[in-house]
Design a protein around this ligand. Structure first.
Ligand code: AHR
Length: 682
């Protein structure tokens, strides 16, 4: 039976007993006054637990869209440091005139590269040394530096003639206005063979749009590749690690899982452009850069000609991130289908085996002992222990019989070798069938017959749809495949620039739907907002959960909704009953076995405060003081910005006057989380 109880209630609201301060919304969890409407009765059936909530219900979905990897979470400051973009000098600028008498030039060539996956590099040839030939990198919409921040500049180089001091490279960080903002560093001693060179660069100023100039000095040839300026300050101090503020925002969500690396980028516009995990691990100079499909997906100005995937953030780093933030990894692999919105290229059935092998090898890479081929590879990369992979996505939002046929082949092979691994399968791009379109129901029908583990549903829909779907999962078959609400976001009609589409209106409707996800936490096992990250000057998709520029970052109102659900995830579903007066009021409750608390979440989608009469059934005694976390804003258009990043963010404080039968005024347009301590042993 569904954990939601019948909607009708015979309870009669008693007189209000509210802690009243002012009628206006205030960010204090205790001081709001209900409007004149009668109290809404809310019963929590604390004595009738109705199933376990997935311990990893709320997670995150990382896709390299909106410059989420290069230019975002992966904090490399040099764009196109490997000279592998289709325009091989993109990101680099040569002065029209070179002062100082040098005669020579730059070219991108490919004889004897570092590795076949990285076939091009920069060749500087100087006939006359003069003062050298400079080249400037613009970074990702500039290079973000803060005063006193330390960076490692590194490069692979080789030279002719091989003579100590014949060729040198001078490294200089400059501000947007061209002023030097670090002591110049000189690298020399280049030899005939590729070698790595590095030096430290310390910024003397803060500038979100600094640039990096490298100047080749000497008469002769200097080959350069993998030019890098990498911050020393990374998340968890990992060398070559992640941008700390962004990774911290992720960790603060307490995500149960991380789905990576996409999304449509897994599929590719063509199969040749699909994501292939094996070319994303190991020495960064040996990883294969590909064009990011969001480079060309949209028309100007939302295209991004300089959007590529360096794979600096590769599969080892994704697994490591999961470990660092305590989340389960959920990698998604191409299933032999390119994006069905683009060319819908298909791998013929007889050529599918290498794709399946990639999946089997990935499981071995993540979990296998160091005595296995791929387990040994993981160990050699510095992680001897397993990553604890328990699930894997087969394709992204695929649909149709071609998908089902391919999914079956993957499922058969994976389950034969790794029966414990859960498989996530697609159900198409929408949450329901449309006119003349049965992609959703036909996927579900087929996957049900195949006893699929988890079916991935995607919903990018308007706020009204979110409210209409609060009970979506109440009637789902408890014995069938489980649900992964893998990509969702409420889309307000007006796609205002940058974070402007991340309104409180959108977030509040997501909160309402999420009460339905948690209340059905026995069947909805995983849920994640999408997309996750966006650079304010380089985005393609809107809205997104977290926005940033080169130095700052912020969570949207939707971020704080995710956070309140993530950090307050209970362990057991407690049914709730709301009376008929509960129009636009939504709730779910759980028991948190770790703390013994009842966790109650209430969404008030009306403008005025509401008096909620809360009864905890089946609880003998309640501690009078608990905790309230309230996310509210009087204006549905409210947004967070980089200048005002916490305008819509939770107010946290004690919740007083709690008992097994009490009143709580919830503010207009709010999400309230009450953590209620009981004295019962469970
Ligand atoms: O989240 C953006 C895109 O939306 C994802 O790549 C895709 O899965 C969906 O269509």
């Amino acid at each position: 039976m569904s954990p939601i109880m019948s909607r009708a209630s015979v309870l009669i609201a008693p007189a209000l007993a509210l802690a009243v301060a002012s009628g206006a919304w205030a960010p204090c969890p205790r001081t709001c006054r209900a409007d004149d409407a009668p109290a809404v009765d809310l019963v929590v059936k604390a004595g009738s637990p109705a199933g376990e909530i997935s311990p990893i219900l709320n997670g995150v979905f990382f896709e390299d869209i909106n410059f989420a990897a290069d230019g975002g979470l992966y904090p490399e400051r040099v764009k196109n440091g490997s000279f592998e973009f289709d325009d091989p000098m993109m990101g680099w600028r040569r002065p029209a005139l070179v002062a100082g008498g040098a005669v020579g030039g730059f070219g991108v060539v490919g004889d004897r590269p570092i590795h076949p996956n990285n076939p091009h590099f920069l060749r500087a040839r100087l006939e006359r040394a003069g003062a050298g030939l400079p080249l400037t990198n613009e970074g990702f919409r500039g290079i973000g530096v803060t005063k006193d921040a330390a960076f490692t500049f590194s490069v692979r180089g080789r030279s002719e003639p091989e003579k100590a001091g014949a060729m040198a490279l001078v490294v200089q960080l400059v501000a947007a206005d061209g002023r030097p903002i670090a002591a110049a560093q000189r690298l020399e001693g280049f030899t005939r063979d590729w070698k790595a060179y590095s030096c430290e660069v310390i910024s003397t100023a803060t500038d979100p749009r600094a640039k990096l100039t490298i100047t080749v000095q000497g008469a002769g040839t200097l080959d350069l590749d993998m030019v890098s300026l990498f911050p020393r300050d990374t998340f968890n101090g990992r060398p070559g690690g992640l941008r700390p503020d962004l990774a911290r925002l992720l960790k603060d969500l307490k995500p149960g899982f991380v789905r990576f690396p996409g999304g449509c980028i897994v599929e590719g516009r063509t199969l040749a452009q699909r994501y292939q995990w094996k070319t994303t691990i190991g020495d960064r100079a040996e990883r294969r850069l590909i064009m990011n499909r969001w480079n060309v997906e949209f028309s100007p100005p939302r295209n991004a000609p300089d959007y590529y995937e360096s794979m600096g953030l590769g599969f080892l780093e994704y697994f490591q991130l999961c470990e660092d933030i305590g989340a389960k990894p959920l990698p998604v692999l191409n299933c032999g289908m390119a994006c069905q919105f683009n060319l819908a290229e298909l791998v013929p059935a007889e050529d599918l085996d290498p794709y399946i092998q990639d999946a089997l090898d990935l499981i071995e890479f993540a979990n296998g002992p160091a005595t296995t081929t791929w387990g040994a590879r993981r160990a050699a990369l510095g992680h001897p222990g397993p990553f604890g992979l328990t699930m894997i996505g087969i394709g992204n939002e695929q649909w149709g019989p071609q998908y089902i046929a391919r999914y079956e082949r993957f499922a058969r092979a994976i389950k034969a070798k790794y029966p414990e691994i859960l498989l996530v399968s697609g159900a198409g791009p929408g949450p329901a069938d449309g006119p003349g379109d049965d992609r959703f129901s036909s996927a579900w029908d087929a996957l049900r017959k195949l006893n699929a583990d988890l079916v991935d549903e995607h919903f990018y829909m308007p706020p009204d749809w979110f409210y209409s779907q609060v009970h979506r999962y109440d009637g789902y078959d408890r014995k069938g495949p489980k649900v992964f609400a893998g990509e969702f976001a409420s889309h307000v009609r007006d796609k205002r620039p940058a974070f402007g589409a991340n309104t409180w209106e959108a977030a509040l409707s997501e909160a309402a739907l999420m009460t339905g996800l948690e209340r059905n936490g026995d069947v909805v096992r995983l849920a994640s907002y999408a997309p996750l990250f966006a650079h304010v000057e380089a985005w393609q998709w809107n809205p997104n959960l977290i926005w940033y520029d080169n130095l700052r970052s912020m969570g949207t109102p939707s971020y704080y909704v995710q956070k309140l659900f993530g950090v307050n995830r209970g362990t057991t579903i407690l049914p709730v009953r709301l009376d008929d007066a509960a129009e636009k009021l939504y709730a779910c409750a759980s028991l948190d076995a770790r703390t013994g608390q009842v966790v109650l979440k209430i969404v008030n989608a009306r403008p005025g405060p509401r008096d909620v009469h809360i009864r905890l059934e089946g609880v003998s005694s309640v501690r009078p003081t608990g905790e309230a976390q309230v996310l509210a804003a009087p204006d549905l258009n409210a947004v967070n910005t980089l200048d005002d990043p916490t305008r819509v963010s939770p107010a946290i404080g004690p919740a007083e006057g709690l008992s097994a039968d009490f009143h709580r005024a919830v503010p207009g347009y709010s999400l309230t989380v009450l953590r209620i301590g009981t004295n019962d042993k469970r």
